[in-house]
Design a protein around this ligand. Structure first.
Ligand SMILES: *Cc1c(COP(=O)(O)O)cnc(C)c1O
Length: 384
Protein backbone atom coordinates (compact mmCIF):
# COMPACT_ATOMS: atom_id res chain seq x y z
CA UNK A 1 0.00 0.00 0.00
CA UNK A 2 1.43 3.36 -0.98
CA UNK A 3 0.25 6.90 -0.37
CA UNK A 4 0.58 7.62 -4.08
CA UNK A 5 -1.17 4.55 -5.55
CA UNK A 6 -4.13 6.52 -6.86
CA UNK A 7 -4.14 4.59 -10.13
CA UNK A 8 -4.81 1.33 -8.27
CA UNK A 9 -7.38 2.91 -5.99
CA UNK A 10 -9.27 4.32 -8.95
CA UNK A 11 -9.10 0.97 -10.70
CA UNK A 12 -10.72 -0.64 -7.64
CA UNK A 13 -13.59 1.87 -7.86
CA UNK A 14 -14.00 1.13 -11.57
CA UNK A 15 -14.04 -2.61 -10.79
CA UNK A 16 -17.15 -2.08 -8.61
CA UNK A 17 -18.91 0.12 -11.19
CA UNK A 18 -18.48 3.02 -8.75
CA UNK A 19 -16.52 5.45 -10.89
CA UNK A 20 -18.41 8.72 -11.30
CA UNK A 21 -18.28 10.91 -14.37
CA UNK A 22 -19.24 14.55 -14.39
CA UNK A 23 -21.58 15.61 -17.16
CA UNK A 24 -20.54 18.91 -18.68
CA UNK A 25 -23.66 21.01 -19.03
CA UNK A 26 -23.88 23.86 -21.54
CA UNK A 27 -27.20 25.27 -20.32
CA UNK A 28 -28.76 26.77 -17.18
CA UNK A 29 -30.24 24.20 -14.80
CA UNK A 30 -33.72 23.12 -15.87
CA UNK A 31 -35.47 20.58 -18.10
CA UNK A 32 -33.83 21.79 -21.32
CA UNK A 33 -30.24 20.70 -20.90
CA UNK A 34 -27.47 20.68 -23.49
CA UNK A 35 -24.58 18.23 -23.35
CA UNK A 36 -21.95 17.62 -26.05
CA UNK A 37 -23.88 19.93 -28.38
CA UNK A 38 -27.00 17.79 -28.02
CA UNK A 39 -30.28 18.69 -26.32
CA UNK A 40 -31.19 16.52 -23.32
CA UNK A 41 -34.40 16.52 -21.30
CA UNK A 42 -33.25 16.65 -17.69
CA UNK A 43 -34.79 14.98 -14.63
CA UNK A 44 -31.54 15.42 -12.78
CA UNK A 45 -31.84 18.70 -10.86
CA UNK A 46 -33.27 19.80 -7.50
CA UNK A 47 -34.70 23.10 -8.73
CA UNK A 48 -38.15 21.77 -7.82
CA UNK A 49 -40.07 24.99 -8.40
CA UNK A 50 -38.09 26.23 -11.40
CA UNK A 51 -36.95 29.33 -9.51
CA UNK A 52 -33.25 29.15 -10.50
CA UNK A 53 -34.13 30.81 -13.81
CA UNK A 54 -36.97 33.02 -12.63
CA UNK A 55 -36.48 36.56 -14.00
CA UNK A 56 -37.11 38.11 -10.58
CA UNK A 57 -34.43 35.96 -8.95
CA UNK A 58 -31.94 36.74 -11.71
CA UNK A 59 -32.71 40.45 -11.51
CA UNK A 60 -32.36 40.49 -7.71
CA UNK A 61 -28.97 38.81 -8.04
CA UNK A 62 -27.88 41.36 -10.66
CA UNK A 63 -29.16 44.35 -8.68
CA UNK A 64 -27.65 42.90 -5.49
CA UNK A 65 -24.23 42.64 -7.12
CA UNK A 66 -24.47 46.23 -8.41
CA UNK A 67 -25.42 47.58 -4.99
CA UNK A 68 -23.28 45.32 -2.75
CA UNK A 69 -20.43 44.08 -4.94
CA UNK A 70 -19.07 40.64 -5.60
CA UNK A 71 -18.25 39.32 -2.17
CA UNK A 72 -18.64 39.89 1.57
CA UNK A 73 -14.90 40.03 2.23
CA UNK A 74 -14.93 38.49 5.70
CA UNK A 75 -16.75 36.09 7.98
CA UNK A 76 -20.04 37.16 9.59
CA UNK A 77 -18.49 37.71 13.03
CA UNK A 78 -15.66 39.88 11.69
CA UNK A 79 -16.97 42.35 9.09
CA UNK A 80 -18.88 40.30 6.49
CA UNK A 81 -22.41 40.49 7.95
CA UNK A 82 -24.25 42.89 5.65
CA UNK A 83 -27.77 44.26 5.50
CA UNK A 84 -29.06 41.71 2.91
CA UNK A 85 -27.83 38.79 5.10
CA UNK A 86 -29.66 40.28 8.09
CA UNK A 87 -32.85 40.91 6.12
CA UNK A 88 -32.77 37.37 4.76
CA UNK A 89 -32.46 35.90 8.26
CA UNK A 90 -35.43 37.98 9.41
CA UNK A 91 -37.47 36.91 6.38
CA UNK A 92 -36.61 33.24 6.89
CA UNK A 93 -37.60 33.34 10.57
CA UNK A 94 -40.88 35.06 9.73
CA UNK A 95 -41.59 32.62 6.89
CA UNK A 96 -40.88 29.44 8.85
CA UNK A 97 -42.61 30.76 11.99
CA UNK A 98 -39.51 30.05 14.06
CA UNK A 99 -38.10 32.72 16.39
CA UNK A 100 -34.65 33.15 14.81
CA UNK A 101 -32.73 31.98 11.76
CA UNK A 102 -29.00 31.93 10.95
CA UNK A 103 -27.86 31.99 7.31
CA UNK A 104 -25.08 29.66 6.07
CA UNK A 105 -23.26 29.42 2.73
CA UNK A 106 -24.31 25.81 2.11
CA UNK A 107 -26.39 23.07 3.68
CA UNK A 108 -23.29 20.97 4.20
CA UNK A 109 -21.73 23.75 6.26
CA UNK A 110 -24.95 24.32 8.22
CA UNK A 111 -25.06 20.67 9.21
CA UNK A 112 -21.36 20.62 10.11
CA UNK A 113 -22.04 23.50 12.51
CA UNK A 114 -25.26 22.24 14.05
CA UNK A 115 -24.43 18.82 15.47
CA UNK A 116 -21.07 19.78 17.02
CA UNK A 117 -22.73 22.88 18.53
CA UNK A 118 -25.52 20.84 20.11
CA UNK A 119 -23.64 17.73 21.23
CA UNK A 120 -20.07 16.88 22.24
CA UNK A 121 -18.03 14.23 24.00
CA UNK A 122 -20.23 12.31 26.47
CA UNK A 123 -23.44 13.26 24.66
CA UNK A 124 -25.48 11.09 22.29
CA UNK A 125 -26.53 11.73 18.70
CA UNK A 126 -29.26 9.38 17.46
CA UNK A 127 -29.36 9.35 13.66
CA UNK A 128 -31.46 7.75 10.94
CA UNK A 129 -29.35 5.29 8.93
CA UNK A 130 -30.39 6.97 5.66
CA UNK A 131 -29.52 10.51 6.73
CA UNK A 132 -27.65 12.70 4.25
CA UNK A 133 -23.85 12.34 4.20
CA UNK A 134 -23.40 15.83 5.66
CA UNK A 135 -25.28 14.77 8.81
CA UNK A 136 -23.20 11.60 9.06
CA UNK A 137 -20.03 13.68 8.87
CA UNK A 138 -21.40 16.24 11.33
CA UNK A 139 -22.26 13.54 13.87
CA UNK A 140 -18.71 12.16 13.67
CA UNK A 141 -17.25 15.66 14.00
CA UNK A 142 -19.29 16.29 17.16
CA UNK A 143 -17.33 13.54 19.02
CA UNK A 144 -20.62 12.50 20.64
CA UNK A 145 -21.56 8.82 20.81
CA UNK A 146 -23.44 8.13 17.58
CA UNK A 147 -26.30 5.63 17.45
CA UNK A 148 -27.69 4.99 13.97
CA UNK A 149 -31.20 3.52 13.86
CA UNK A 150 -32.91 1.58 11.06
CA UNK A 151 -34.61 3.97 8.65
CA UNK A 152 -37.67 5.70 10.20
CA UNK A 153 -37.82 3.15 13.05
CA UNK A 154 -39.51 5.08 15.88
CA UNK A 155 -39.32 2.18 18.36
CA UNK A 156 -35.55 2.00 17.82
CA UNK A 157 -35.28 5.74 18.54
CA UNK A 158 -37.25 5.23 21.78
CA UNK A 159 -34.83 2.48 22.87
CA UNK A 160 -31.81 4.59 21.94
CA UNK A 161 -33.17 7.54 23.94
CA UNK A 162 -33.72 5.30 27.01
CA UNK A 163 -30.09 4.20 26.86
CA UNK A 164 -28.56 7.56 25.88
CA UNK A 165 -26.00 9.39 28.02
CA UNK A 166 -25.45 13.14 28.31
CA UNK A 167 -27.33 15.59 26.10
CA UNK A 168 -29.51 13.81 23.57
CA UNK A 169 -29.99 14.89 19.97
CA UNK A 170 -32.11 13.01 17.44
CA UNK A 171 -31.36 13.96 13.84
CA UNK A 172 -33.24 13.10 10.67
CA UNK A 173 -33.69 14.26 7.11
CA UNK A 174 -37.23 15.68 6.74
CA UNK A 175 -37.54 14.25 3.23
CA UNK A 176 -34.99 11.52 2.48
CA UNK A 177 -32.94 12.60 -0.48
CA UNK A 178 -32.59 9.24 -2.23
CA UNK A 179 -35.99 7.78 -1.29
CA UNK A 180 -38.30 10.78 -1.31
CA UNK A 181 -40.19 9.59 1.78
CA UNK A 182 -41.00 11.84 4.76
CA UNK A 183 -39.63 11.15 8.25
CA UNK A 184 -42.10 10.26 11.06
CA UNK A 185 -41.50 13.64 12.70
CA UNK A 186 -44.58 13.87 14.96
CA UNK A 187 -43.57 10.60 16.63
CA UNK A 188 -39.90 11.59 16.83
CA UNK A 189 -40.79 14.98 18.33
CA UNK A 190 -43.07 13.34 20.92
CA UNK A 191 -40.19 11.11 22.00
CA UNK A 192 -37.76 14.03 22.13
CA UNK A 193 -40.13 16.04 24.32
CA UNK A 194 -40.55 13.10 26.70
CA UNK A 195 -36.80 12.48 26.92
CA UNK A 196 -35.61 16.11 27.09
CA UNK A 197 -33.89 15.69 23.72
CA UNK A 198 -33.53 17.98 20.73
CA UNK A 199 -34.84 17.01 17.29
CA UNK A 200 -32.76 18.33 14.38
CA UNK A 201 -34.60 18.18 11.05
CA UNK A 202 -32.72 18.64 7.76
CA UNK A 203 -35.43 19.74 5.32
CA UNK A 204 -33.28 20.19 2.21
CA UNK A 205 -35.96 18.61 0.01
CA UNK A 206 -39.08 19.80 1.86
CA UNK A 207 -38.40 23.53 2.18
CA UNK A 208 -40.33 25.34 -0.55
CA UNK A 209 -42.21 22.20 -1.54
CA UNK A 210 -44.11 20.87 1.48
CA UNK A 211 -46.45 22.57 3.95
CA UNK A 212 -48.53 25.70 3.80
CA UNK A 213 -47.04 28.03 1.15
CA UNK A 214 -43.94 25.86 1.01
CA UNK A 215 -42.95 26.45 4.64
CA UNK A 216 -41.56 22.92 4.76
CA UNK A 217 -41.99 19.67 6.60
CA UNK A 218 -42.74 21.17 10.05
CA UNK A 219 -45.69 23.00 8.53
CA UNK A 220 -46.66 19.82 6.62
CA UNK A 221 -47.16 18.14 10.02
CA UNK A 222 -48.18 21.29 11.94
CA UNK A 223 -45.27 20.91 14.37
CA UNK A 224 -43.82 23.54 16.65
CA UNK A 225 -41.77 22.99 19.78
CA UNK A 226 -38.79 24.41 21.65
CA UNK A 227 -37.22 20.96 21.11
CA UNK A 228 -36.98 21.55 17.33
CA UNK A 229 -33.96 22.76 15.37
CA UNK A 230 -34.77 23.21 11.69
CA UNK A 231 -32.25 23.21 8.82
CA UNK A 232 -33.50 24.43 5.45
CA UNK A 233 -31.32 24.58 2.35
CA UNK A 234 -31.60 27.23 -0.32
CA UNK A 235 -29.93 25.66 -3.35
CA UNK A 236 -32.80 23.30 -4.18
CA UNK A 237 -36.41 24.54 -4.29
CA UNK A 238 -35.20 28.08 -3.53
CA UNK A 239 -33.07 27.88 -6.67
CA UNK A 240 -30.04 29.82 -5.46
CA UNK A 241 -27.49 28.66 -2.84
CA UNK A 242 -27.11 28.58 0.93
CA UNK A 243 -28.93 27.26 3.94
CA UNK A 244 -30.28 28.35 7.29
CA UNK A 245 -30.79 26.96 10.75
CA UNK A 246 -33.84 28.13 12.69
CA UNK A 247 -35.07 27.56 16.21
CA UNK A 248 -35.20 29.10 19.67
CA UNK A 249 -33.28 32.39 20.02
CA UNK A 250 -30.80 31.05 22.59
CA UNK A 251 -30.12 27.89 20.58
CA UNK A 252 -29.41 29.97 17.48
CA UNK A 253 -27.25 32.41 19.43
CA UNK A 254 -25.26 29.43 20.77
CA UNK A 255 -24.89 28.11 17.22
CA UNK A 256 -23.64 31.50 16.05
CA UNK A 257 -21.15 31.73 18.91
CA UNK A 258 -19.77 28.20 18.61
CA UNK A 259 -20.50 26.82 15.13
CA UNK A 260 -17.04 26.46 13.61
CA UNK A 261 -18.24 26.18 10.01
CA UNK A 262 -20.15 29.42 10.64
CA UNK A 263 -17.34 31.36 12.27
CA UNK A 264 -14.38 30.31 10.19
CA UNK A 265 -15.65 30.95 6.69
CA UNK A 266 -16.28 33.99 4.53
CA UNK A 267 -19.92 35.09 4.43
CA UNK A 268 -21.76 34.29 1.21
CA UNK A 269 -21.86 37.17 -1.30
CA UNK A 270 -24.61 39.58 -0.22
CA UNK A 271 -26.09 39.42 -3.74
CA UNK A 272 -26.93 35.77 -2.99
CA UNK A 273 -29.00 36.98 -0.04
CA UNK A 274 -30.73 39.51 -2.33
CA UNK A 275 -31.59 36.74 -4.80
CA UNK A 276 -32.87 34.58 -1.93
CA UNK A 277 -35.16 37.35 -0.68
CA UNK A 278 -36.75 37.40 -4.14
CA UNK A 279 -36.91 33.61 -4.22
CA UNK A 280 -38.54 33.46 -0.79
CA UNK A 281 -41.33 35.80 -1.94
CA UNK A 282 -41.89 33.55 -4.99
CA UNK A 283 -41.99 30.43 -2.80
CA UNK A 284 -44.58 32.10 -0.58
CA UNK A 285 -46.75 32.90 -3.62
CA UNK A 286 -45.91 29.59 -5.28
CA UNK A 287 -49.05 27.47 -4.71
CA UNK A 288 -49.53 27.11 -8.47
CA UNK A 289 -45.97 25.81 -8.88
CA UNK A 290 -46.50 23.28 -6.08
CA UNK A 291 -49.78 22.17 -7.67
CA UNK A 292 -47.95 21.59 -10.97
CA UNK A 293 -45.41 19.43 -9.16
CA UNK A 294 -48.18 17.34 -7.59
CA UNK A 295 -49.87 16.92 -10.95
CA UNK A 296 -46.60 15.80 -12.56
CA UNK A 297 -46.16 13.13 -9.89
CA UNK A 298 -49.62 11.71 -10.53
CA UNK A 299 -49.10 11.88 -14.29
CA UNK A 300 -45.83 9.96 -14.10
CA UNK A 301 -47.37 7.14 -12.04
CA UNK A 302 -50.40 6.89 -14.32
CA UNK A 303 -48.33 6.97 -17.52
CA UNK A 304 -45.92 4.30 -16.24
CA UNK A 305 -48.75 1.80 -15.83
CA UNK A 306 -47.37 -1.50 -14.50
CA UNK A 307 -43.86 -0.04 -14.44
CA UNK A 308 -45.02 2.33 -11.68
CA UNK A 309 -44.40 -0.60 -9.30
CA UNK A 310 -40.69 0.19 -9.53
CA UNK A 311 -41.30 3.67 -8.07
CA UNK A 312 -40.74 3.92 -4.32
CA UNK A 313 -43.68 5.45 -2.45
CA UNK A 314 -42.94 9.18 -2.37
CA UNK A 315 -45.16 12.22 -1.86
CA UNK A 316 -42.38 14.54 -2.95
CA UNK A 317 -40.61 15.71 -6.09
CA UNK A 318 -38.09 12.87 -5.73
CA UNK A 319 -39.42 9.79 -7.50
CA UNK A 320 -36.92 6.92 -7.13
CA UNK A 321 -37.20 4.13 -9.70
CA UNK A 322 -35.70 0.98 -8.19
CA UNK A 323 -33.37 -1.07 -10.38
CA UNK A 324 -31.12 -3.07 -8.01
CA UNK A 325 -27.67 -3.72 -9.47
CA UNK A 326 -24.97 -1.12 -10.10
CA UNK A 327 -24.26 -2.22 -13.65
CA UNK A 328 -27.98 -2.42 -14.51
CA UNK A 329 -28.69 1.09 -13.32
CA UNK A 330 -25.75 2.44 -15.30
CA UNK A 331 -27.00 0.65 -18.40
CA UNK A 332 -30.56 1.89 -17.99
CA UNK A 333 -29.37 5.48 -17.44
CA UNK A 334 -27.16 5.18 -20.54
CA UNK A 335 -30.05 3.92 -22.67
CA UNK A 336 -32.29 6.75 -21.50
CA UNK A 337 -29.49 9.15 -22.27
CA UNK A 338 -29.24 7.74 -25.81
CA UNK A 339 -32.92 8.66 -26.18
CA UNK A 340 -32.27 12.19 -25.02
CA UNK A 341 -33.39 11.71 -21.39
CA UNK A 342 -31.13 12.54 -18.48
CA UNK A 343 -31.97 10.67 -15.27
CA UNK A 344 -29.12 10.01 -12.83
CA UNK A 345 -28.40 6.48 -11.69
CA UNK A 346 -27.67 6.41 -7.94
CA UNK A 347 -25.38 3.69 -6.62
CA UNK A 348 -23.77 2.68 -3.32
CA UNK A 349 -22.43 4.10 -1.12
CA UNK A 350 -25.04 6.82 -1.66
CA UNK A 351 -27.74 4.11 -1.30
CA UNK A 352 -27.51 0.63 0.28
CA UNK A 353 -25.96 -2.14 -1.84
CA UNK A 354 -28.48 -3.87 -4.09
CA UNK A 355 -30.81 -0.85 -4.22
CA UNK A 356 -29.29 1.14 -7.07
CA UNK A 357 -31.95 3.30 -8.63
CA UNK A 358 -32.79 6.05 -11.05
CA UNK A 359 -33.45 9.22 -9.13
CA UNK A 360 -36.16 11.00 -11.08
CA UNK A 361 -36.45 14.63 -9.94
CA UNK A 362 -39.60 16.39 -11.02
CA UNK A 363 -39.87 20.16 -11.26
CA UNK A 364 -42.64 22.65 -11.83
CA UNK A 365 -40.49 23.71 -14.80
CA UNK A 366 -41.29 20.39 -16.54
CA UNK A 367 -44.18 20.34 -18.98
CA UNK A 368 -46.72 17.52 -19.28
CA UNK A 369 -45.12 16.22 -22.48
CA UNK A 370 -41.78 15.89 -20.66
CA UNK A 371 -43.38 13.53 -18.14
CA UNK A 372 -45.00 11.53 -20.95
CA UNK A 373 -41.68 11.16 -22.81
CA UNK A 374 -39.96 9.81 -19.70
CA UNK A 375 -42.78 7.40 -18.90
CA UNK A 376 -42.87 6.10 -22.49
CA UNK A 377 -39.12 5.46 -22.54
CA UNK A 378 -39.10 3.69 -19.15
CA UNK A 379 -42.09 1.55 -20.13
CA UNK A 380 -40.18 0.21 -23.11
CA UNK A 381 -36.99 -0.67 -21.24
CA UNK A 382 -36.43 -3.74 -19.07
CA UNK A 383 -35.00 -2.92 -15.65
CA UNK A 384 -32.25 -5.49 -15.44
C1 LIG B 1 -28.39 18.73 -0.63
C2 LIG B 1 -28.49 18.34 0.80
C3 LIG B 1 -27.69 18.94 1.77
C4 LIG B 1 -26.55 19.86 1.41
O1 LIG B 1 -27.02 21.11 1.06
P1 LIG B 1 -26.09 22.04 0.15
O2 LIG B 1 -26.68 23.38 0.31
O3 LIG B 1 -26.20 21.49 -1.23
O4 LIG B 1 -24.71 21.93 0.70
C5 LIG B 1 -27.89 18.64 3.09
N1 LIG B 1 -28.85 17.75 3.46
C6 LIG B 1 -29.62 17.13 2.55
C7 LIG B 1 -30.66 16.17 3.02
C8 LIG B 1 -29.46 17.40 1.20
O5 LIG B 1 -30.21 16.78 0.31
Amino acid sequence: MSATDFRARLAALAEQDLLRRRTLLDAPCGPDAEVDGRPLLSFAGNDYLGLANHPMVIEALRAGASRWGGGAGASHLVSGHQRPHEELEEALARFTGLPRALFFSTGYMANLAVLPALAGRGDTVIADRLNHASLVDAALLSRATVRRYPHADVAAVARALEAAEGRKVVVSDGVFSMDGDIAPLPELLGLCERHDALLVVDDAHGFGVLGSQGRGVLSHFGLSSPHLVYVGTLGKAAGVAGAFVAGQPDAIEWLMQTGRSYRYTTAAPPAIACALLASLALIEQGDALRATLTAHRARLRAALGLHARALLASETAIQPYLVGGNAQVVELADRLRARGLWVPGIRPPTVPAGTARLRISLSAAHRDEHIDLLAAALSEMPRG
